[in-house]
Design a binder for this molecule. Structure first.
Ligand code: NAD
Length: 227
């Protein structure tokens, strides 16, 4: 069963809402309550939760704690996720200094760069390693997830190295569209090779600024981006 990526995004939103409800001491919620808070329809909430086929009953509402647990399990947030950060410049440092462990069981296990000035320094108790050490590190530690914070012109080649090393999930901060690499044979016929089982999520605050510019520019459009 493939869950649409829009549903995965909304599950993350529902989880945030459930965390807030739990903090506020609310024991129960409903699809209409979740819908209002997430700014979607109650039908959409029920449809999203139905992918997992085991959340509550219509009209009965949901236990906040139970639904939260179900979404955590469905997203795989109950598991330990070792993460590496590749490109330890300004952004890499800011990211590596962020307490990612507060977000479930994500853990920075390795930091990588190519600059001899940077390699060998540390952030907290994590040393910054050279990229040449990445393949064996990823293999030995079973790392699947990487944050990519290299300059845009290095991002494609670096992403390909990550995938070759066994990384399957990339949070790409470089402002480029990553493409599946061309294999040697397929180059001749001009076909792109499918980047099997690799997921790329892009994070780009500059893209957000550009969208905001549009809405700020056009007085007929809403001033605040719709979610
Ligand atoms: P930076 O120049 O300060 O740092 C880049 C680091 O990558 C350097 O330490 C460099 O040595 C390293 N590097 C270069 N080539 C490498 C390679 N092949 N392998 C490993 N490391 C390599 O840049 P920055 O300001 O930290 O920005 C990093 C990236 O993030 C850029 O692509 C930038 O455009 C992007 N960025 C994105 C956002 C966002 O919202 N997504 C915000 C700021 C910057």
């Amino acid at each position: 069963l493939t869950i649409p990526s829009a549903t995965v995004s909304r599950l993350v939103t529902y989880l945030r809402i459930l965390e807030e409800l739990e903090l506020a001491g609310e024991p129960r919620t409903s699809s209409s309550d979740l819908a209002e808070r997430a700014q979607v329809t109650a039908f959409q909430v029920r449809k999203d939760l139905a992918y997992f086929g085991r959340f509550g009953k219509r009209g009965m509402g949901y236990s906040v704690a139970l639904l939260k647990r179900e979404i955590i399990d469905a997203l795989g947030l109950n598991l330990h996720w070792p993460v590496i950060v590749v490109g330890m410049g300004r952004l890499g440092h800011a990211i590596a200094n962020f307490p990612v462990a507060a977000e479930y069981q994500f853990e920075y296990v390795g930091l990588f760069d190519v600059d001899p000035q940077v390699v060998g320094t540390s952030i907290g108790n994590l040393p910054i390693l050279h990229m040449s050490q990445l393949p064996s590190f990823v293999h030995e530690r079973g790392v699947k997830m990487a944050f990519l914070t290299v300059p845009p012109e290095r991002a494609q080649a670096t992403a390909e190295k990550l995938v070759q090393a066994g990384i399957t999930s990339i949070l790409n901060f470089a402002p480029i569209v990553l493409r599946p690499p061309l294999s040697e044979n397929e180059k001749d016929v001009g076909k792109t090779k499918t980047w099997h089982n690799v997921t790329v999520e892009n994070v780009d605050f500059l893209a957000g600024m550009k969208r905001l510019a549009y809405y700020t520019h056009d007085p007929k459009s809403p001033a605040v981006e719709e979610v």
